[in-house]
Write a protein that binds this ligand. Structure first.
Ligand SMILES: [Zn+2]
Length: 72
């Protein structure tokens, strides 16, 4: 049982810090309804911040955004 503890030290801390150094990844996107009926779309990368006419439109654009980002 104590041997398992040593494997826990292999937690991917370096991987996490590497992601942070890149300037943020597209880990999650949000499509939030606004008072005027439009939807505010945000991404965790901080480089995607748009307004959608509907939630479906926002989700579509989110998919497109993440595909574009992965392409880099
Ligand atoms: Zn993004």
């Amino acid at each position: 049982m104590e041997e398992e503890e040593s494997t826990l030290h292999d937690s991917p801390k370096e991987f996490i810090s590497a992601l942070a150094n890149v300037g943020g990844g597209c880990d999650a996107q949000s499509v939030l309804p606004q008072d005027d009926g439009s939807y505010a779309c945000h991404c965790t990368c901080g480089e995607w911040d748009v307004t959608a006419i509907s939630q479906a439109d926002g989700l579509l654009m989110a998919q497109k955004h993440t595909k574009e980002s992965i392409g880099f």
